[in-house]
Every structure is written in structure tokens, then in C-alpha cells.
Design a protein. Structure first.
Length: 272
């Protein structure tokens, strides 16, 4: 019995001594994505670290779609401190499926790790409207729009340049459809026919992808790129300098002047 107890004690002591070493063991490689979800046109940042750097050994990154098809593969270098990072643009003919994508990294023949993220291959357009106010006449105009790949931060009018300026926060390439009231801004030829708007994106002239018009609105479809900030639509005529309230005040002032002048004229009219 005495001889049987010693092996049990020895085995128990050995198991205790092994527990801390397992708890303190770091993974040979780690990998992560900077966000949990992306849409078409986003930049995906894959980063991590390897435990032991082997000089001259590249790290392989693969991204697979929900159907296990490879949509991206590349080899990058690992820094001396073991860290790595890669920027990947989620765009192109291979990025077609929506769902959960898998990132696999491999360093050397057997050191591997993986992570996942969700991806939407199409951008859902957002429809809304923006109230534009003319600072001179205090008139307000509702501009309906549908946009994908960005959000509308602001809309302002510049009476000096006869333009409507749409400020964007663009997170990817996208499209905006603007329903512009003719009473706000319009473009006419000298004969009164519809003329084309001049459209600038961050100062560079572009052509609209489409245009529709009726008696009240002109609808412009404009494409932009990720990072674009301002769309300027230049016409030939903008909201009148005098709005309804200002026109009423002006009319009252003119009538008052005429009335005063009439009274003054009668007062000094010579008597016969």
C-alpha cells in the first residue's frame, strides 16, 4: 500500500506543476479584423502578431466568401516585433456574395489562425429630404434625395455662384439622386429652354448619370467616389432675391411712399 501511494502523489505534483505553463502559453499567431461588418467599397484592415519571427518568411492572408471561394489572397512581411497589418479593399468582381466571410492567416508550414466578419455586397439606398433655407429671403425649400454609399451632411445655396452645394460623408463609391425644385435653382438658355447644370465634385467637373424634368422639378443622378465631400450644382438662376414676405414688405413700403407723395403733392398744389 505504501508503494502505491508514492506514484499517486508524484503524478498529482506533476499535474499541478503543468497547469501554470498551459495557462501562460500564448498563441503562436493572432489575427483580427478592425470591424465586425463591412459593405462593398469598404477598406478591411487585417492585423495581428506572430509569437516567433522567422526572417525571410512571409505571412499569407486568405479571405473566403460564404461559399468558401477565395476572394483575396496576398503575402505580406512581418515586422521584427512580430506584428503585421494589411489593408484590403472590398471591391471587385469576386466580392459578390453577402454573408459571413472567413479570414485565414498562415505563417510558415503550420502556424495558422482565422477570424470572421460579415459583408454586404450591395448597398441599400436611403431616401430622405433636406430643408434648404435661403438666408436672404428666408424662404425654405424641400429637396428630396436618394443616396447610397454616403450620408448627406448639409445642403446650402450660394446666391453669388448661383449654386446648390450638397455636403457628403461618403464611406464608399455611391450615387445620389436629387429632386431639385425649379423655384430653388434652375438652368435656362437665353431663349428660356432648359439648359444643363454644371456639376462639380470637390471642384472637378463631372457629368450626371441621368436627368429627368417636369414643370416643378429637375432630378439629377450623380455618381461619386469614396472620400468625396462636396457636390456643387451650378445653374443660371436661383431663388429670387425677394421672397413672399420681403416682397410684401416692399409693396407696403412703395404704397406708403406713393401715399405720402400724393398728400405732399396736394398740399403744395397751387390754388386757382
Amino acid at each position: 500500500m505504501r508503494y502505491f501511494v508514492f506514484p499517486i502523489i508524484a503524478l498529482f505534483a506533476l499535474s499541478i506543476s503543468c497547469i501554470p505553463s498551459f495557462a501562460q502559453t500564448a498563441p503562436n499567431i493572432t489575427t483580427t479584423a478592425d470591424k465586425s461588418s463591412y459593405i462593398i467599397g469598404d477598406t478591411i484592415v487585417i492585423s495581428g502578431a506572430v509569437k516567433a519571427v522567422v526572417t525571410g518568411t512571409p505571412l499569407t492572408i486568405q479571405i473566403l466568401d460564404p461559399n468558401n471561394n477565395i476572394v483575396h489572397i496576398a503575402q505580406i512581411d512581418v515586422s521584427q516585433d512580430g506584428k503585421y497589418a494589411s489593408n484590403i479593399l472590398a471591391s471587385g468582381p469576386l466580392w459578390k456574395a453577402s454573408g459571413t466571410y472567413t479570414v485565414k492567416v498562415q505563417y510558415g508550414p503550420s502556424v495558422t489562425a482565422q477570424t470572421t466578419f460579415t459583408f454586404a455586397s450591395s448597398i441599400i439606398p436611403i431616401s430622405n429630404y433636406f430643408i434648404v433655407k435661403d438666408p436672404t429671403s428666408q424662404q425654405t425649400f424641400s429637396v428630396n434625395y436618394t443616396i447610397s454609399g454616403a450620408t448627406v451632411k448639409d445642403m446650402t445655396i450660394d446666391t453669388q455662384s448661383i449654386s446648390l452645394i450638397v455636403s457628403l460623408n461618403s464611406t464608399s463609391d455611391g450615387t445620389v439622386v436629387l429632386q431639385i425644385p425649379r423655384s430653388l435653382i434652375d438652368a435656362k438658355t437665353s431663349t428660356g429652354q432648359d439648359d444643363a447644370f454644371i456639376i462639380l465634385i470637390d471642384g472637378a467637373e463631372v457629368k450626371p448619370q441621368g436627368e429627368e424634368a417636369n414643370n416643378n422639378f429637375r432630378t439629377q443622378t450623380i455618381q461619386f467616389l469614396q472620400g468625396d465631400k462636396d457636390i456643387e450644382i451650378i445653374g443660371t438662376q436661383i431663388v429670387p432675391e425677394f421672397g413672399p414676405i420681403a416682397a410684401l414688405v416692399l409693396a407696403i413700403a412703395i404704397i406708403s411712399i406713393i401715399a405720402v407723395s400724393a398728400k405732399t403733392g396736394l398740399r403744395f398744389m397751387p390754388k386757382y
